[in-house]
Design a protein around this ligand. Structure first.
Ligand code: SF4
Ligand code: SF4
Length: 198
């Protein structure tokens, strides 16, 4: 039987599929992220937030066989970043993403990647920026998936806080405790954050 949460996650994947396609196309045609040290995912630049339904998508992606062995490492990194940067008290604080590989690549690139990440990319002038218009265009779809899955929209959480909640060992239903989510970037900004980048 298909649950509401499964249905919501499929809706989320449909919203994100277009963004993944665009992100991959931009990477090929504007200026590739391939040679970059992923500054936008590190402390000082990254303050990415995500929604509850997105946290559940991340949880499921991380439990797939290729990434499941990394869960203890990712959980440890998430806990460290939470403590080091006080993310429980300041959800807009900057941090290094626990999902950044040692090679500087995103471990979850694809439909599990937070929408804010998928709408941040190299731009024509040689820098990197958040596409607020694109984010705003797709935010209703994310919030609709949140409502479908949980009955209401949620407040956004930083990635480490969301990961610590959904991956915490011993949680009987870790998916349902993914946190409250919802939110949007404050403005077009070269700092990576929102629900988004802030
Ligand atoms: S968006 Fe910019 S800073 Fe981030 S990985 Fe790509 S090139 Fe690097
Ligand atoms: S989810 Fe991926 S792209 Fe987004 S901040 Fe983390 S490592 Fe970077």
């Amino acid at each position: 039987m298909t649950s509401r949460l499964d249905s919501a996650l499929r809706a989320l994947a449909r919203v994100k599929a277009r963004l993944v396609h665009r992100s991959d196309a931009a990477d090929r045609t504007v200026r590739s992220c391939a040679g970059c040290a992923a500054h936008c995912c590190k402390v000082g630049f990254n303050s990415m937030l995500l929604h509850r339904i997105e946290a559940e998508a991340l949880r499921r992606r991380l439990h797939e066989p290729d990434l499941a062995p990394l869960i203890p490492l990712i959980y440890g990194r998430a806990s460290e970043q939470m403590t080091e940067h006080g993310l429980l008290h300041d959800r807009r604080a900057s941090y290094t993403c626990p999902l950044l590989s040692d090679e500087g690549r995103c471990l979850v690139h694809g439909v599990a990647q937070p929408m804010g990440c998928l709408t941040f990319s190299p731009v024509d002038d040689g820098g990197c920026d958040h596409d607020l218009a694109l984010f705003e265009e797709h935010l209703p779809g994310i919030l609709a998936a949140d409502r479908e899955g949980y009955g209401r929209e949620s407040e956004p959480l930083s990635i480490p806080v969301a990961l610590e909640r959904v991956l915490r060992p011993g949680r009987p239903d870790r998916g349902r405790r993914a946190g409250r989510a919802g939110g949007r970037p404050r403005a077009r900004s070269r700092r990576k954050g929102g629900s988004g980048r802030g």
